[in-house]
Design a protein around this ligand. Structure first.
Ligand SMILES: [Zn+2]
Length: 302
């Protein structure tokens, strides 16, 4: 479906009337063309939760305008799933008179406050006018392992879920059997930040699978299917076993490597062989190579 606004609701993704799904599509932005990212509004009795703030304050202003009648009279709580720019650059909307608590992992706060984040924003602002109103606004309430918010008959469990990155969290809503996985899982494949995250993604996906969620939403890839967790696991298991096979050879050569995915006999075409929808080939083949390198470095260090 073609939309003439950049932020729009995706009602077919919602498993429950208390959950509303919003999508930001980027267009006319060269390298970022066609990129999509989702945010959620979850309505409790006392609280209205905004999960992620999309790519600029105007995005979240649009979401808030659509939801205004539902939010009225409730305390808004904003949650950042992790510090990657496409999830938090709308945070600045919640400043000044619109100030609300922003919840996230403590490392997410550190990343947003880091010099690197400032430099990245500067680069994007120099290139794309879309980001001119973005300010870096760090979460005000942080946790490390788990934070539970009880809102009468709606429980929101925020759980640390490192793997995509160190500060990734997910939200588990047991009453709806809904897992908001954000970037902890991704379609068509998950993305591992680096070798320290490599072992963590395996244990995180095991824990997420054990929740037995009936609905799983992730920030990129428009799917509600819990099967995606198992598909991501199958991909990672295959990747790890191919790396294992070639590990002695890599150890002998003892250098850094290019084209790891090809060298271990797991080319991108095989990864997406069963994909039924179009895949952003350029981006996800890069992700796959990056993943292969992260797993290889982790295994080389063991
Ligand atoms: Zn993302």
């Amino acid at each position: 479906m073609k939309h003439d606004v950049d932020v729009y609701e995706v009602p077919e993704m919602s498993p429950d009337p208390r959950v509303r799904v919003f999508r930001r599509t980027l267009s006319g932005l060269e390298d970022l063309e066609g990129m999509e990212v989702d945010a959620y509004l979850v309505l409790g009795e006392r609280y209205a939760f905004i999960f992620d703030t999309l790519v600029c304050p105007a995005d979240i202003a649009a979401v808030m305008a659509i939801c205004a009648p539902d939010i009225k009279g409730k305390q808004v709580l904003c949650v950042n799933s992790h510090a990657d720019w496409d999830h938090i650059w709308g945070n600045g909307y919640f400043s000044g008179p619109r100030s609300v608590p922003i919840l996230a992992h403590s490392h997410c706060r550190e990343r947003i406050n880091a010099e690197e984040a400032r430099q990245q924003l500067g680069k994007y602002q120099a290139r794309y006018p879309l980001f001119r109103d973005v300010t870096l606004m760090a979460p005000s309430i942080t946790f490390n392992e788990r934070l539970v918010i009880n809102d009468n008959n709606l429980t929101i469990e925020l759980l640390h879920a490192p793997g995509h990155c160190q500060d990734q969290i997910v939200a588990w809503l047991p009453e709806i059997s809904l897992l908001l996985a954000f970037d902890a899982i991704e379609k068509p494949l998950p993305s591992i930040e680096d070798s320290t995250c490599a072992p963590l993604i395996f244990s995180t996906l095991k824990r997420l699978a054990a929740l037995n969620a009936q609905y799983v939403l992730c920030s990129h890839g428009s799917t509600t299917s819990p099967a995606l967790i198992h598909e991501n696991q199958a991909y990672l298991d295959r990747l790890a076993s191919r790396v294992e096979l070639y590990l002695p050879a890599f150890k002998l050569a003892g250098a850094d490597f290019e084209h790891v995915a090809e060298s271990i006999g797991y080319p991108f075409d095989e990864v997406i062989a069963n994909a039924t929808e179009t895949v952003d080939h350029a981006y996800y083949s890069w992700v796959h190579e990056h993943n292969a390198r992260a797993v290889l470095r982790w295994r080389m260090q063991e």
